[in-house]
Design a protein around this ligand. Structure first.
Ligand SMILES: [Zn+2]
Ligand SMILES: [Zn+2]
Length: 348
C-alpha cells in the first residue's frame, strides 16, 4: 500500500477482480476547474454493480471503483463553480456525455453516442472524497437523508420511464412487471405523475409487500394468482393502458403481450441479458407500441427530487441494509446469500 501524507490521503474501495474488493489508500482528489469535491456520505448498490461484481456486465470491467448512486457534502470548489456552495448536501447525476453528437444536440443526451456512466465506465464514488463536474450535482431537500438521497438516482430512472409513452401516464391504468428496486420506483413514479391505478407483479411476497407499503394500488403474486383475472377485476373493459416491463423475463413479457389491451404501449425498462423470444405477431396485430428507456435527463432528476421532497414517494422503505464502505465485501456477500434484499447502502 502506497502511503500519502495523512492530510491528502483517503480510502477507496476498488473491485480488483470479480468478487474481490480491496480497500486502498489513495490520494484525495483536488477539484479542477468546474468541479466540486464531495465528502461522500452514502453510495447505493445497483443491479448493474452486482452484475459487474460477478464479472458479468457486458459494459463494465475490473478493476473499477463502483458507485454511481452517490450523495455527499460539498467541501471544496474548483474555479468557476457557482451552482453549488460549500456545505451543500448534494447527489450526483452520473452521466458523462459528449455534447456534440446528434442525440446530445437534440437534448436526448441520456442516449449520447459516447455516453460514459460514472462508476460504470469511469471511476465511481466509493471513497471518502470524490471530485465531480459541479453541473452534475443537485441539492437534496432538507428532509431527505443522504442514504435515501442515493435512491433518487434509480427514482429518476422511473420518472424518465413513465414519461416515455405518448402523453405520459396521466389518468392511465398501469401494470408494472417486477417489484425489484426499478419496478418499485417505476410504479411509484407512475402514481406520483398522475396514473389512474397502478398494479405491480412479481413472484416475491417480500417485494410485493414492500410495494404495497410504498402505496402501490394493487400487488399481484403471479405465481399464486391468475393475472388475467386480476386485471379484469380491477381494470374491467378499460383494460391496461401502459405496461412497464422491469423483470427482464421473456415469459412475463409474452404474458403482457396477451393481457394488454389492443393499441397500448409497452415500455422495456428491464435489461435483458439474453436475446428475448417475443411474440411479435401480437405486437403487429394489436398495434402495440414497444419502446425502450435509458437512464434520465436533468428534468427527471428535478421531478424525482420534487416527488421525494414533498413525500409523494417513499424511498426509505426500499433500504433493507446498510454497511460501512470498508465492509463492502460483506455487503455483496449479503446480496448473494439473502433473498429478502432490496436496496443496500454503503455509508462513508
Ligand atoms: Zn443505479
Ligand atoms: Zn453525445
Amino acid at each position: 500500500m502506497k502511503a500519502f501524507h495523512t492530510e491528502r490521503a483517503m480510502k477507496q474501495a476498488i473491485l480488483v477482480a470479480p468478487e474481490q474488493f480491496e480497500i486502498r489508500e489513495v490520494e484525495k482528489p483536488s477539484p479542477k476547474k468546474g468541479e466540486a469535491l464531495l465528502k461522500v456520505k452514502a453510495v447505493g448498490i445497483c443491479g448493474s454493480d452486482i452484475h459487474a461484481y460477478h464479472g458479468k456486465h457486458p459494459f463494465m470491467s475490473c478493476p473499477i471503483v463502483l458507485g454511481h448512486e452517490a450523495a455527499g457534502e460539498v467541501v471544496e470548489l474548483g474555479e468557476g463553480v457557482t451552482n453549488v456552495a460549500i456545505g451543500d448536501r448534494v447527489l450526483m447525476r452520473p452521466q458523462d456525455i459528449c455534447g456534440e453528437c446528434p442525440m446530445c444536440k437534440s437534448g436526448r443526451y441520456n442516449i449520447c453516442k459516447s455516453l460514459k456512466v460514472i462508476g460504470c465506465q469511469e471511476t465511481g464514488a466509493s471513497s471518502d472524497y470524490f471530485a465531480v463536474d459541479a453541473e452534475l450535482l443537485y441539492k437534496l431537500p432538507d428532509n431527505v437523508a443522504y442514504d435515501v438521497g442515493t435512491v433518487v438516482e434509480p427514482l429518476a430512472v422511473g420518472v424518465h420511464a413513465v414519461k416515455r409513452p405518448n402523453g405520459g401516464v396521466k389518468g392511465k391504468n398501469v401494470v408494472v412487471i417486477g417489484a425489484g428496486t426499478i419496478g418499485n420506483v417505476v410504479a411509484q413514479s407512475a402514481k406520483g405523475l398522475g396514473a389512474n391505478k397502478v398494479m405491480i407483479t412479481d413472484v416475491s411476497d417480500f417485494k410485493l409487500d414492500m410495494a404495497k407499503k410504498c402505496g402501490i394500488d394493487i400487488a399481484v403474486n403471479v405465481a399464486k394468482e391468475d393475472i388475467f383475472k386480476v386485471i379484469e377485476e380491477n381494470y374491467g373493459v378499460d383494460g391496461v393502458d401502459v405496461v412497464f416491463e422491469c423483470s427482464a423475463n421473456d415469459g412475463a413479457l409474452n404474458q403482457a403481450l396477451e393481457y394488454a389491451r389492443k393499441g397500448t404501449t409497452i415500455v422495456i425498462v428491464g435489461v435483458f441479458g439474453n436475446k428475448a423470444t417475443v411474440n411479435l405477431a401480437n405486437v403487429q396485430d394489436r398495434e402495440y407500441d414497444v419502446i425502450g428507456t435509458l437512464m434520465y435527463l436533468h428534468e427527471d432528476y428535478v421531478d424525482a427530487l420534487r416527488l421525494v421532497g414533498e413525500g409523494t414517494v417513499d424511498l426509505e422503505t426500499l433500504i433493507t441494509h446498510r454497511f460501512p464502505l470498508e465492509k463492502v465485501a460483506d455487503a455483496y456477500q449479503c446480496i448473494k446469500e439473502n433473498k429478502d434484499v432490496q436496496k443496500i447502502i454503503l455509508t462513508v
